[in-house]
Design a protein around this ligand. Structure first.
Ligand SMILES: *Cc1c(COP(=O)(O)O)cnc(C)c1O
Length: 406
């Protein structure tokens, strides 16, 4: 906290006083932002390597998304689904064409897409697969993160996400991540779906073994089980593919998107599926007051356009490789492993990651620890070569400045 100004300290104190303490933020009070850069209330500049956990793939305040937001805000912002609006059809058409799915269900936050998928998978299990009512099982994976609702934490294996929040929703079967044999063994006649992150972001950027996703997908098809991919964090270019599942040529039955779908301006999420699956939902069975609102749909179309038109998928692949290469060249004895894909990078350290995070903050880089010994580096995909150079130089300096003792 030593370099915080009086002014910054005051904001933090007020938040601590009046806000629930559910996060452990960096000592950084942001005043404004643009592209990959953040400025704090004292005018200091930081390269944003958090990117709101991948919700800022297009960078801060992208002008094209900003323009779409303002234009729509001047027309109509909210209708509810009690009537039609002219943005939602455009958004649905754009999104399904880009992703290759038949239908989409728009919601707001990521966890709502997760909830939608759970309902959809269970419905499919009963209506199509013929599972006996109330007995459907969804296989989930140790270390998963699918959000914070009761259903999502019912699926979690992380103690602090669950402690004293029970009773939990039944029907989630946790198995080890990355082990296709364990998946095959866990499937029963009651299994309707697996719910899987193609790379586990919150768990510390855990990349499964090569071929795992492809095998898991084949196992699902063989046993008539839906493959539900949570690409809320990995999707929309982050990992150097449009979707992380593309890397292994896997086409999920149900695809969940959020975060970057809102282009850093607005919460937008979606659940995508074939007509056979999505068509099982009837009027009145699921919904959200704000889901598919015209402001969200205008923003999301622009958010998708920016990813495609600016070649951000290829950019993520290129920039990610540069950072990995640069990190290896730094050859710090404090780094025990570098993993990830594209611009979703986890640096496993021999010392608590919070120390590196603080050293970076002093040098103008905002990066957050995830779990105790992993630093996540995930800048906006619009990062340019000069900004990559800036980042690698600061990483080298910060690592060199850290004491080696654990
Ligand atoms: C962030 C995230 C969620 C939840 O999204 P919210 O918008 O915070 O509800 C779900 N799954 C994954 C993989 C995520 O990274």
């Amino acid at each position: 906290m030593h370099f915080l100004s009086e002014r910054a300290r005051k904001f933090i104190a007020i938040e601590e006083r009046y806000g629930a303490h559910t996060y452990d933020p960096l000592d950084l009070v942001v005043d404004h932002a643009e592209g990959v850069w953040l400025w704090d209330v004292d005018g200091r500049r930081y390269l944003d390597c958090v990117s709101a956990y991948s919700a800022l793939n297009q960078g801060h305040r992208h002008p094209r998304i900003h323009a779409a937001l303002v234009e729509q805000a001047n027309r109509v912002t909210l209708t509810s689904r009690a009537m039609y609006n002219e943005q939602m059809p455009r958004f649905l058409e754009r999104l399904t064409r880009l992703t290759g799915y038949d239908m989409a269900l728009p919601t707001n936050t990521g966890v709502e897409a997760v909830e939608t998928a759970i309902k959809l998978a269970r419905r499919w299990g009963y209506a199509v697969k013929g599972i006996a009512r109330e007995t459907a099982e969804i296989i989930v994976f140790s270390g998963n993160f699918h959000g914070r609702t009761i259903a999502a934490v019912s699926a979690s294996t992380t103690p602090e996400y669950r402690r004293e929040f029970g009773p939990f929703a039944p029907g989630f079967i946790p198995i080890p991540y990355g082990d296709a044999d364990a998946l095959e063994r866990a499937i029963t006649p009651n299994t309707c779906a697996i719910l899987i992150e193609p790379i586990q972001g919150e768990a510390g950027v855990i990349v499964p073994p090569a071929g795992y996703l492809k095998r898991a997908w084949a196992v699902c098809r063989e046993h008539d089980v839906l493959f539900v991919a949570d690409e809320i964090q990995t999707g929309l270019g982050r990992t150097g593919d449009l979707f992380a599942c593309d890397y292994e040529g896997v086409k999920p039955d149900v695809l969940l998107l959020g975060k970057a779908l809102g282009g850093g301006f607005y919460p937008v999420s979606a659940t995508l599926a074939t007509t056979t699956v999505m068509g099982l939902l009837q009027p009145g069975e699921h919904g959200s007051t704000f889901g598919g609102n015209p402001l969200a749909c205008a923003v999301a179309q622009a958010a998708l356009d920016v990813i495609v038109d600016e070649g951000l998928v290829a950019r993520a692949r290129y920039a990610g490789a540069k950072i990995m290469q640069g990190l290896r060249a730094i050859a710090s004895p404090l780094i025990t492993e570098i993993r990830g894909r594209g611009l979703l990078i986890g640096v496993q350290l021999a010392v608590p990651a919070r120390r590196l995070s603080e050293a970076l903050l002093e040098r103008g880089v905002a990066a957050k620890d995830t779990h105790e010994y992993v630093l996540r580096i995930a800048p906006p995909l619009v990062i340019d070569d000069a900004e990559l150079g800036y980042l690698l130089e600061r990483l080298g300096d910060a690592l060199a400045a850290l004491p080696a003792n654990p």
